[in-house]
Design a protein around this ligand. Structure first.
Ligand SMILES: Cc1cc2nc3c(=O)[nH]c(=O)nc-3n(C[C@H](O)[C@H](O)[C@H](O)COP(=O)(O)OP(=O)(O)OC[C@H]3O[C@@H](n4cnc5c(N)ncnc54)[C@H](O)[C@@H]3O)c2cc1C
Length: 405
């Protein structure tokens, strides 16, 4: 099998196949970035909220053990949409008791930590051949094989080609698969903040008129900030000097955790919602951001991609064990059926939440505060929402349940 794209989705799929596919199964991982770029501390300011299901997957691949010392458990979430100059910021919806059962807990990990654990494991896996830096420039599929054309002019033949090449996926375009979606008039600003007081594992989601402002706990007295702003204002904030930036940050961060200081670089990201109209084509399967991009307000993008990884790995391994051709449509349709609804539904829910909260319309605000308050008093509904976010509902592939394939 050939995998185009060595981001989190592509590398995790390669590792799942290397671990569980029958002996002799070969994987070629082709990535545009040099292998050493993954895991460099300076690479990416993001931290990722990993769901319980993603943690199960990483544990089954024996990667979680390495990541655990640097992962911070989320012990509770407070959601508010109070005004920035309100003396108090009361929360309208909180999740605390629902996290007491550790199985549902999400964990925060820094981008560089996850990236270097995956890169280290890929480098050690004998079944994986890495071609990096190298691009896949196109492909040709016939009844028996697919030939991936590399930027170098070389060709790699395989039974199946996986497009894990991110949201601007060239392979998706070459396959003629269109997307439904749009760019948000917002941008995501990400940074790390050190604070005087401990966070006790509490995450805060503050819905502001220009977009959600999330404070997510990291190890030590540090938090990751994911700050959605409308584009124009966001660009002006990114252009401020250090003092100006910290002043804007402090207005939103508040004083709950005492004095704050920047503890990492600031970085901004364009935000899109995008759903591919199909997840498969002749001898091609899409995973991760190549298949769907969601608003980061609930930290679900990669978790949804990991659900693709688990479903595709199981589909391919089952077909291989039965001696079937993994690149044929019946095999790929199983993957598509498994993932189609969940990925589209998740993108639509994130989009709806962003629209509902990213505005200052007074009647709508009163209505949503009422709704949040009602949810807050409905323990069964809260437990359901937590298990949805944990990725623990629906027919789960084995890896997401922490089971080998
Ligand atoms: C601000 C922000 C915060 C986020 N927070 C969270 C969070 O808390 N939790 C969460 O689950 N998700 C989060 N996400 C989403 C998450 O970061 C992405 O979903 C995830 O990184 C996508 O991984 P991927 O491997 O699918 O794609 P990518 O990371 O885009 O990787 C694609 C890879 O393919 C390579 N490539 C591209 N073209 C080619 C080609 N032609 N040939 C070969 N290689 C190619 C690229 O070099 C890259 O290495 C967040 C996103 C943003 C913007």
């Amino acid at each position: 099998m050939a995998i185009a794209g060595g981001g989190f989705a592509g590398r995790t799929l390669a590792l799942a196949l290397a671990k569980f596919a029958p002996q002799g199964f070969r994987i070629v991982l082709i990535d545009a970035e040099p292998a050493q770029a993954h895991g460099s501390v300076a690479g990416d300011a993001r931290a990722l909220a990993l769901s319980a299901a993603t943690k199960n997957l990483l544990s089954t691949l024996e990667l979680w053990q390495e990541l655990a010392p640097s992962a911070q458990a989320i012990e509770g979430i407070e959601i508010t949409d109070s005004g920035l100059n309100a003396a108090l910021r009361p929360h309208f919806l909180g999740f605390n008791a629902e996290f007491k059962n550790g199985a549902a807990k999400a964990h925060m990990v820094e981008h560089s930590a996850l990236s270097s654990v995956l890169a280290g494991a890929v480098a050690k896996a004998q079944a994986i051949e890495i071609l990096a830096p190298q691009t896949v420039a196109g492909y040709v599929a016939d009844a028996f094989t697919v030939a991936a054309k590399l930027g170098s002019g070389k060709t790699i033949e395989a039974s199946l080609l996986v497009a894990a090449d991110g949201k601007r996926s060239l392979l998706r375009e070459r396959a003629g698969i269109k997307c439904v979606g749009w760019s948000y008039p917002q941008m995501g600003i990400v940074t790390t903040v050190a604070h005087a007081r401990p966070h006790h594992g509490k995450a805060v989601q503050h819905f502001l008129p220009s977009g959600p402002f999330a404070i997510l706990p990291l190890k030590g007295n540090r938090s990751s900030v994911v700050w959605t702003e409308d584009k124009e204002r966001g660009e002006a904030i990114m252009a401020l000097d250090g003092t100006g930036f910290v002043a804007e940050l402090t207005t939103r961060f508040g004083h709950r955790l005492g004095e704050i200081a920047l503890a990492g670089p600031r970085q901004s990201f364009p935000l899109d919602m995008q759903i591919a109209r199909a997840l498969v084509a002749d001898r091609l399967a899409l995973i991760g951001d190549a298949a769907h991009v969601v608003h980061p307000l609930a930290g679900q993008g990669l978790n949804i991609g990991m659900r693709d990884v688990a479903a595709l790995a199981e589909t391919v391994i089952d077909a291989t064990r039965l001696g079937l051709d993994i690149g044929t449509l019946p095999s790929l349709e199983r993957y598509e059926r498994w993932r189609r609804f969940d990925s589209a539904f998740s993108a639509v829910v994130m989009d709806g939440l962003n629209r509902l909260f990213s505005n200052d319309n007074a009647p709508l605000r009163a209505l949503r505060d009422l709704a949040l308050g009602l949810v807050d008093r409905a323990p069964a509904l809260k437990r359901f929402l937590v298990s949805e976010a944990a990725g623990a509902t629906g027919t789960l592939p084995h890896l997401l349940k922490g089971e080998p394939i």
